[in-house]
Each structure stands twice: as C-alpha cells, then as structure tokens.
Design a protein around this ligand. Structure first.
Ligand SMILES: *[C@@H]1O[C@H](CO)[C@@H](O)[C@H](O)[C@H]1NC(C)=O
Ligand SMILES: *[C@@H]1O[C@H](CO)[C@@H](O)[C@H](O)[C@H]1NC(C)=O
Ligand SMILES: *[C@@H]1O[C@H](CO)[C@@H](O)[C@H](O)[C@H]1NC(C)=O
Length: 348
C-alpha cells in the first residue's frame, strides 16, 4: 500500500488523488469519505505525517451538514447535494477549514454572517446564485480564490470582494456591466475571469484599482466599443482576452499603458469580433516595445486596402496571427489571407 500513499502538497488535488492508508480516520459520517492529505515524510524514520483532513460527501442528497465531521477538517466537499442556501456560519466551527467546495447544488443563496478566517478557497460552481451578499464576502478575511463559475449572477454593483483575493472566477454568469471601482478593495487580485457573461459596458474606472492584475478574461461578452484608456488601470497585466465579442470600434488609445509595469510578453486577443478597420496608432504606439506585445485579430471581417497593408508591414511584429487573418472585403480581396496581400494587387 506504500505506493498508494501519494505525497501531495496542494490541497486542490485532495479529493481526486490523495489517498493515504497510514492514518485511517475513524471519525467520519457514514455517507462521506474522510482521508488524510498533505502528507510528508519526516525525520530519520521517514515517518509519514499528514497535516490535512479531507472530507467529501458527494451526491448524497444532503441539505445540511451531517453530524460527525472531524473538527479538524481542512478540506470539505458537498458537491452534487441539495443545499439550497449555502450558509457559511454552519462551517465556522471548523476552525482549520481552508477549502470548501459546494458545486452543483442548485443553491440560490449565499449567506455569510460571522467572520470566517481559515477559509482560503471557496468553490461554488454550477449553482443558481443570482446575487452575492454585498458586504459578506469581506468577512472571509483570508480568501484567496473565489470560484462562482456557472451561476446566474446578474449584478455585482456594491459588492465588496475580500482584500486578499488572488483569483476571482465569474465565468458563465449573467453580468451586464462592470461598475466603477468595483474592485477597489482587491488590490491583490491577479486573475479575473469574466468569460461568457452579457457585459456590454465597461465603466471607465472599472479597472482603476486593479494594480496587481495579470490576467483579464472577457471572452464571449457583448462588448461593442473600447473607449480611451479602457485598460490603463492595469499596470501589471500581460494577458487580455476579448475574443468573441462584438467589438467594431476601438479607440486608438484603448490599450495605452496596458501592462506598462510588466516585462512579460503581453498578449491581447481580439479574435472573432466585428473589426473592419485598423487605426495605425492602435498598434503604432507599441512599436518601440514590439517584442513585448502581440495582438491577435483572426476571425474579424477585415477590410483589406492599402492602409491595412501599410499597417501590417509597419507593425508586423506586433500582430501575432497575420496568416490566420482573412479579408472580408472589398469583394476582390474576399477570402485572401492578410499575410499574402500585396500592394500591387490591392492598390492599383
Ligand atoms: C484530527 O483529529 C483526529 C481526532 O481528533 C486526530 O486523530 C488526527 O490526528 C487529527 N489530524 C490532524 C491532521 O490534525
Ligand atoms: C459550534 O460550536 C458551538 C460551541 O462549541 C456549538 O454550540 C454550536 O452548536 C456549533 N455549531 C454548529 C453549526 O455545529
Ligand atoms: C437542479 O435542478 C435541475 C433542473 O431544475 C435538476 O435537473 C437537477 O436534478 C437539480 N439538481 C439537484 C442536485 O437538485
């Protein structure tokens, strides 16, 4: 059985692979599985010591916490049950709990009353939450990851996010707008996922306080225009995903100062939008830093004229996917790849 005892350092793995038969956990609700996790060998005797206790009660139709969960539990999963209200007060007696997963419960409400200090990762995917408690989340003082993918959240106006938050996943919700200053309390946020919402408006101060953000994903929204300095408030960013929107109009100064304090290679994805024309300045302002930025435009209905060829040739190192860019118009160039367009055929 020795080989069965995986040594894991990440609690994320704990429900999938960590199975350790050295220390059996005697105290465990009968419908749940309880296991030691985060195990390390120590000392001369190479004795195995585990610091984590993982409890998974998966798909048992539970609508409340069953009795008998070890008080020193560190990771708890109630996925595929029947919790209609997720009340974090019920978990506040588990003072070592760092990971709580309540996916796929059709829960419609998240309640947070008391401060809860131990929790680092909260995962509530695939529920029916329509709103978040406006002040409640800040009571989870040490929360690093909040995963709300696949809910029905419509509005986050007035919601305060925890100060230490590192990753916020709001993919596949019903958000329509990003209000001004919404993230002002979360200066440490590094990854923000807003894919597949209905966002058509980014307030011009929405990202103002996200001074630590590295990755912003807004694929599959309803954006049409990008205004001046839309992404200026993101000095550390290097990844921006705006694929599959309806963007037809980009102010040439939209990306000015995007990630200016980050020396990584920056990727800006604009594939599958409604862009027809390219303003020279949009890319031209990056020409002195062309090794640090790449823009991606495949899948846009590009109008291929001399201007486009000039832009292409002038800033070619900034465009990451010219071979995949296809002309949509004018008629004589329709279907031609942008990389093979020649000035002679295009302009005379
Ligand atoms: C958790 O508590 C049980 C019972 O009190 C104890 O046997 C076990 O060693 C504890 N585990 C950890 C990792 O603290
Ligand atoms: C939490 O612990 C307190 C005191 O130890 C106890 O009175 C209370 O019932 C517990 N709450 C839950 C939800 O188990
Ligand atoms: C959640 O709701 C859907 C549709 O109403 C239903 O099919 C599913 O069984 C429900 N899941 C649970 C865990 O109750």
């Amino acid at each position: 059985m020795h080989s069965n005892c995986l040594i894991v350092f990440s609690i994320f793995l704990l429900f999938d692979v960590a199975r350790c038969s050295y220390q059996t956990i005697t105290e465990c609700p009968e419908m749940c599985v309880c296991e030691n996790t985060i195990c390390k060998r120590r000392g001369k005797s190479r004795r195995l010591e585990c610091s984590g206790v993982a409890v998974s009660c998966y798909g048992k139709g539970l609508d409340q916490i069953p009795p008998g969960i070890p008080a020193n539990v560190t990771g708890l999963s109630f996925s595929n049950n029947n919790f209609r209200v997720i009340d974090l007060d019920y978990f506040s007696n588990f003072t070592r709990l760092t990971d709580l997963i309540v996916n796929e419960n059709n829960a419609t409400e998240l309640r947070i009353g008391r401060d809860i200090r131990s929790l680092k990762r909260l995962t509530l995917k695939g529920n029916q939450l329509t709103a978040l408690p406006p002040k409640g989340l800040t009571k989870i003082k040490n929360l690093l990851t909040l995963d709300l993918e696949n809910n029905q959240i419509q509005d986050i106006r007035g919601v305060r996010f925890p100060r230490k938050l590192d990753l916020l996943n709001l993919n596949h919700n019903q958000l329509r707008a990003l209000p001004a200053g919404i993230f002002r309390k979360s200066k440490l946020l590094r990854v923000l996922k807003l894919n597949n919402n209905r966002i058509d408006t980014i307030h011009n101060r929405a990202f103002k306080y996200l001074i630590g953000l590295e990755s912003l994903e807004m694929e599959g929204n309803l954006l049409r225009t990008l205004h001046k300095d839309a992404f200026t408030g993101l000095p550390k960013a290097w990844y921006l995903n705006l694929k599959n929107n309806r963007i037809s109009d980009i102010h040439p100064m939209s990306f000015r100062l995007f990630g200016f304090k980050n020396e990584f290679h920056h990727q800006i994805h604009l594939e599958n939008n409604k862009l027809r024309f390219f303003d020279r300045d949009l890319l031209g302002i990056f020409i002195t830093r062309e090794n640090h930025y790449s823009f991606h435009f495949a899948g846009n209905p590009i109008f291929c004229d001399c201007n486009l060829i000039n832009v292409r040739d002038e800033v070619k190192h900034l465009i990451g996917d010219t071979p995949k860019m296809v002309c949509d118009s004018p008629e004589e160039n329709r279907g031609t790849n942008v990389n093979v367009l020649e000035i002679e055929t295009c302009c005379f």
